[in-house]
Design a protein around this ligand. Sequence first.
Ligand code: SF4
Length: 286
Amino acid sequence: MEQDVIVAKRAGFCPGVKSAIDKVLELAAGQKPVYTIGPLIHNKQVTDMLSAKHITSIDIPQQASDKSGILVIRAHGITPQFQQEIESCGMEVVDATCPLVKHAQNIIDKFARKGYHTVIVGDSDHAEVIGLMGYTQGRGIVVSGPEEAQKLPTFDKVNVVSQTTQKESVFYQTAEEVKKHSRVCQISNTICQPTKERQKETIELAQNADLVIVVGGKHSANTARLALLCKGLSSAVQHVETETELDETLIKQAKKIFITAGASTPGWVIDRVADRVRQLRGTIHK
Ligand code: SF4
């Protein structure tokens, strides 16, 4: 029988998130308490696992109860100003900023130092974007898409960059709009390669499915964006955090099901969802 439940090959942790989690778990195996600046990722199952290992999320170094502990900067990165503050607080600091976020920070920094304004296509309240804004020399503006870009003022020189998890079509449509507002327009596509590959796979497989199940935290921006992308490709899309939220009727009715997940969803959560889906369809083979 043709495979009717397909799990995305690129579902789950992206390399940046995986490396940050591995780093924190390795540190937690030592003697010192570990503090992350903000939650490592927006996934309840992972944050519960980290708290069980006494890895604590704090907002500022002053909140660390044990100053002999280690502070970890998460994969999203932070502003250079905050980085300086953390590095001078006297505690040991481990920087787990994803190299692909660092790449985006460097591109912003390079053009901002040459006098360019920066337009970031992304979510203004997302930690990565807040960090990126810190590199704009105070000349950064965040827009969510082409509609918001229409309201931009005019610039002499502008560098358009993207949140690393942005949808590529939204980025290019927005960049085209920004172009109309500036004499010189540098377009820097900083969407990371793992996100591009995930989006490509999702587009190919979601449009052939009768039901798409997107697994991931309800507060995870990248999972929400993935679910939105799928809604434009398939007639039925369900966003679930765990297998307990699955819709049995939808699963039994659908001929082809595609299961995918955000960059912050652990593999074990995806496996449980996939197993439950196969069980409900009676196709699980032991
Ligand atoms: S989504 Fe991309 S840039 Fe962001 S942490 Fe993952 S690999 Fe790095």
